[in-house]
Design a protein around this ligand. Sequence first.
Ligand code: CUA
Length: 368
Amino acid sequence: MKIPSSIWTLLIGIVLTLASLWYGQNHGLLPTAASDEAVLVDGLFNSMMTVSVGIFLIVEGVLIYSVFKYRRRAGDNEDGPPVEGNVPLEILWTAIPAIIVIGISVYSFDVYNEIGGFDPHAVHEAPINQSSMNMPGAAFAQRAGTALAATLTDTPPSNAPNLNQEKSDEAMQDSATAAVRNADQIPQLRNAPGVGSVAPTLGSSPDKAGQPASLAVNVTGLQYAWIFTYPETGITTGELHVPIGREVQINMTANDVIHAFWVPEFRLKQDAIPGRQSEIRFTPNKVGDYALICAELCGPYHGAMRSQVVVESQENFDKWMQEQLVASHETLNQAVAVNPANLTPDEFLAPYTKEMGIQPEILHQVHK
Ligand code: CUA
């Protein structure tokens, strides 16, 4: 009995679909999902993986099948049959990818929106001034919308409040943050367009409204370290500790060059830019230690610019915070105790030079 080709197509289609769906959910390529936002990103990634596996299997399957089925047989020296175009087929294989790509882009914009990428307060309506209308390309800029126009034309200084500056001032009210960020060295730029390569705010999910206030942490990126300050308690650390289940709001900037705050387990990444406040919010939902990685090439030691995010229970977090408070007071007291009076450098260094076997006279000569 000969099975008709339509049945074969149907069977192969079912097997391919099942295989793609299974692999899309079981690829095991992503690390643990440790934040509420991660679920959204994983959903998008898994969908794209499902589609990709389907296309991969179809393309490779047809290729391998054809290589065997239509290979040159012994004694066959003819040309292949001349195959002309097939309009319906070409329409079909143009339309299918177009639909897939549009579907994925709508889905990814939706995820971006869910995690706060299009936060309305971040969008800056840049006025298009008259002179820009006469510039070549102005019509294009106009069509492309205000976001692009803002980058193409010189907007005159406006009286509108600079949200970016306001946010920066807010963060600088914490003295620990001000000490870490080289105060008033880099003026805050005008508000950035909200839709672009970098959205100033990421992760403020609308469904978080009405929940306990988020924990604010000010983060400063510098070559080659991350420094965290907690405005609630005024402590400064090199490691980010956050309690589980509470939204964390990271206000970041950079002192020198662009860095990027990236925690793969949270599935979120945000640039830390000199002269601009950026924000990222997430709700950690799994206890553990995660690597915080700088994801922007920022210099020769970029690869070493890592830190740790410790997600812990509220009690452990409170305990850690207490320890930090005690430690910061102790360092302060020690610093005061070490140099009680105005010692000269020689007197101050005496205990150390003795330890190292250096004669005070030599040290004195070095000084002069
Ligand atoms: Cu900082 Cu790479």
